[in-house]
Ligand binder design. Structure first.
Ligand code: LLP
Length: 401
């Protein structure tokens, strides 16, 4: 990838996505489930650019959405309604109404109270809402606590007993159709065992529901497959699929998987330019034009992203914190990164930035968000304009007195 040419053409800070890499990851995972009916429902939150969604739509992907905004994006990107799922612990009445009207595959219900709301709204609309229940299997996924979701002290899903009650209620309701079951124990998972154990618990639940004549069509295993940021060993898609399928013996059920990071993280690069070098007492800082408002993961999770200089300058390297212009000490892209002494306008590439990068960005410090570019077959195209000052004030300007 010619980062220098991309930075010259589109300026920095800039997100660049390799669509061909996304396709390869998609195909790899899809193939792993061959021999079983399966839907890959791309987790839109990982990278919700419309052109990225459209790319997955063209590959046949479904979409896992967590707000009605994401559902609208998925539809705009060309994902078929019957492959769209709507999850999340706090759906509003309006969101539920719109999802039912859009006739998506199902609403993933996360509490008994929510099930009551969905039933009430479906009845109002004189429709039957397809639902699945998110089960919390109480398994420790062994990942960062902020992205761990399958333990009883997390806000997500319901325990097995409540789930059973919810399925019985749904089966007896004239406005609900229980079609699926869902679990998602966390993100950036690098160990297979917790996934296998969770899947076993949930598959047993499917069997016990069949015994009381509740026959589900979809077994939704969530997302969570980890990727390599810093030499981690990751789970092979084939082993992942085999582990899940082993728990489903004897069940005629379609597997739904909701990958986000696996499809997009290592397809994305964040390009940023050096503004200044600065030495403070013992500490070297490389100040760049990208910041925590562009890529929050290092600040929020202390996440590691490999940073590589694209520069003619070589020679001795030393440790530097790569920091942005935002007025927070927590504004950094890397700590103690080995870098040569850099010059004004030298380019740095931040790797693995395709998932939870742009989407977690903000306008903090009145900084416009970066442009986004897609590359495919060696050709690049703009897929989101750089935000201008006018865009940032558009919703406030009229209120000046
Ligand atoms: N399905 C559900 C229900 C989810 O909650 C998530 C992610 C996914 C699928 C996709 O998970 P993935 O395949 O991408 O691991 N901002 C954090 C990650 C938050 C993940 C939230 N849920 C980060 O930057 O690491």
């Amino acid at each position: 990838m010619d980062f220098k040419a991309l930075a010259t053409e589109y300026k920095t800070p800039l997100y660049v996505y390799d669509l061909d890499y996304m396709s390869q990851q998609y195909e790899k995972l899809k193939l792993a489930f061959k021999g079983r009916k399966s839907i890959l429902a791309y987790a839109v939150k990982a990278n919700s650019n419309l052109s990225v969604i459209q790319h997955f739509a063209q590959l046949g992907s479904g979409a896992d959405c967590v707000s009605i905004g994401e559902v609208r994006r998925a539809l705009l990107g060309g994902i078929a309604p019957y492959k769209i799922l709507f999850s999340g612990v706090g759906k509003s009445d309006d969101e539920i109404r719109e999802a039912i009207e859009a006739d998506i595959l199902y609403i993933n219900v996360e509490s008994e109270a929510e099930l009551n709301r969905v039933e009430f709204i479906a009845r109002e609309l004189r429709k039957i809402s397809r639902i699945s229940v998110r089960v919390n299997p109480n398994i420790d996924p062994k990942t960062h606590p902020y992205i761990s979701t399958g333990l009883h002290d997390n806000k997500f899903g319901v325990d097995i007993n409540s789930a059973k009650r919810m399925y019985i209620k749904a089966k007896n309701s004239d406005a609900l159709d229980p079609v699926g079951i869902h679990f998602h124990i966390g993100s950036q998972l690098t160990e297979l065992k917790p996934i296998y154990e969770a899947s076993e618990i949930v598959a047993d639940m499917v069997r016990s529901l069949e015994a009381i004549d509740i026959k589900l069509k979809f077994f939704d295993i969530g997302g969570g497959l980890g990727v390599e940021y810093d030499g981690e060993t990751t789970i092979e898609p084939y082993d992942y699929a085999q582990a899940i399928l082993a728990t489903l013996k004897g069940l005629d059920i379609t597997v739904i998987c909701e990958p986000g990071r696996f499809l997009t993280a290592n397809a994305g690069y964040f390009l940023t330019k050096v503004l200044y070098e600065k030495q403070n007492a013992e500490k070297r800082f490389t100040i760049v034009d990208g910041a925590m408002n562009d890529l929050l993961r290092p600040s929020l999770y202390n996440a590691y992203h490999k940073i590589e200089p694209i520069t003619e300058v070589t020679g001795e390297t030393s440790k530097a914190d790569v920091v942005g212009p935002v007025c927070e000490s927590g504004d950094f892209l890397a700590k103690d990164c080995e870098l040569p002494v850099l010059e004004h306008n030298d380019l740095l590439v931040v790797h693995s930035a395709g998932a939870y990068g742009f989407g977690m960005g903000s306008n903090y410090n009145t900084r416009g968000r970066s442009a986004e570019v897609a590359v495919s077959n060696g050709k690049s195209r703009l897929i989101r304009k750089r935000e201008r000052f006018e865009d940032l004030i558009a919703l406030e300007k009229e209120f000046l007195i």
